[in-house]
Design a protein around this ligand. Structure first.
Ligand SMILES: [Zn+2]
Ligand SMILES: [Zn+2]
Length: 343
């Protein structure tokens, strides 16, 4: 079968012929992929960013961890799934035995393995996944919205970590899919104001307008920084960082109110410099956000069932898997929001 793979420990990804799937292992499902999204993590792997080179001994590997599909074969020891069930996979595969797994916190597993990073993922027609990491997708959520579930869990988790509630003033840095999702979940949580900050992001701002957000500031524009300062006024309650652009961290800290909360969900490819005095004097709280727990998955699935139309504009490009390399170029460019591949 055709698969988009990281083949060598250097820059680039490529289409390759992977072996056709056999039967699933006793604890696994075999899933026919319906739609799969390109994630920032995939772009880091394409770039061969420093923080992802630990997978070198495992190459080649089929990428893709944001996907939905249909169960077409079921391992002998699996219960709770039937042929034809539509599922989404939690791609952080857990060991089941470490202290966190034993405590029911599988998302914090010490020995996690990334499906689509360390074992073959969903940029192919078929993928195996442990049944314990598969969730049913309700009929209200179609295949392409289903492919948004995994990235949206990061957005929903960021909003939960920021304890955003009714009346909150929220600023989101990074207008890509994670930031778009964070803005939507902040609005759903009752935020009074959600501003989104970009840097040379005209196309993604157009997507945000379609999503219903119009407080948008582009820091690449000459008056961008001054506009942000004016907008911040006495300070935002919560800043959500979803750009992975290192300079944004100090900018975000400087527009929080005293005791404001800064949630970091973006993944910088380089070390970021941090003006610690902004935190000390501002009495701020900084929280790292990754590995969304099951509660975030429930939040996202419920939100997509209730209001699918609120999320669909996030998908800006749809391509066949055979054009995956072009899809990666699109995702790298700031023209696209979420790029989906269809095997
Ligand atoms: Zn992802
Ligand atoms: Zn574990």
């Amino acid at each position: 079968m055709l698969a988009l793979q990281k083949i060598r420990a250097e820059i680039g990804v490529a289409l390759a012929q992977a072996s056709d799937p056999g039967a699933p292992a006793p604890h696994e499902l075999l899933i026919k992929v319906a739609a799969a999204g390109i994630c920032g993590t995939d772009l880091h792997l394409d770039h061969w960013a420093e923080g992802f080179r630990f997978i070198a001994p495992l190459l080649p590997v089929t990428l893709g961890h944001e996907f939905t599909g249909e169960v077409i074969a079921i391992g002998a020891e699996v219960s709770g799934f039937a042929l034809g069930d539509r599922v989404v996979v939690q791609p952080a595969l857990s060991c089941g035995v470490c202290i966190y797994c034993a405590a029911g916190r599988h998302h914090d597993c010490l020995n996690r393995i990334g499906l689509g990073m360390q074992v073959s993922g969903g940029f192919a027609s078929h993928v195996f996944a442990p049944a314990k990491h598969c969730l049913h997708v309700p009929p209200e959520i179609d295949a392409e919205l289903g492919a948004l579930i995994e990235p949206l869990t990061t957005s929903a988790h960021a909003v939960a970590l920021g304890e955003i509630g009714p009346g909150a003033r929220v600023v989101v840095f990074g207008p890509g899919p994670i930031g778009q999702g964070a803005a939507i979940f902040a609005r759903r949580a009752g935020a009074a104001e959600v501003a989104v900050i970009g840097h040379g992001d005209t196309a993604r701002f157009a997507t945000l307008r379609r999503l219903g957000f119009d407080t948008l500031i582009d820091l690449a524009e000459p008056d961008g920084a001054a506009r942000l300062t004016r907008l911040a006024g006495a300070g935002f309650d919560v800043a959500l960082e979803a750009s992975g652009a290192p300079p944004v961290i100090n900018t975000g800290l400087s527009c929080l109110r005293p005791y404001g909360t800064f949630v970091l969900a973006g993944m910088p490819e380089r070390e970021a410099s941090l003006d610690v005095m902004l935190i000390v004097r501002g009495r701020h709280r900084m929280i790292g956000c990754s590995r969304a727990p099951d509660s975030a998955w429930r939040t996202v699935i419920d939100a997509l069932v209730q209001d699918p139309a609120a999320f669909r504009p996030m998908i800006t490009h749809r391509l066949p898997l055979a054009e995956a390399v072009a899809g990666f170029q699109l995702a790298h460019s700031r023209e696209a929001s979420k790029v989906l591949l269809f095997p």
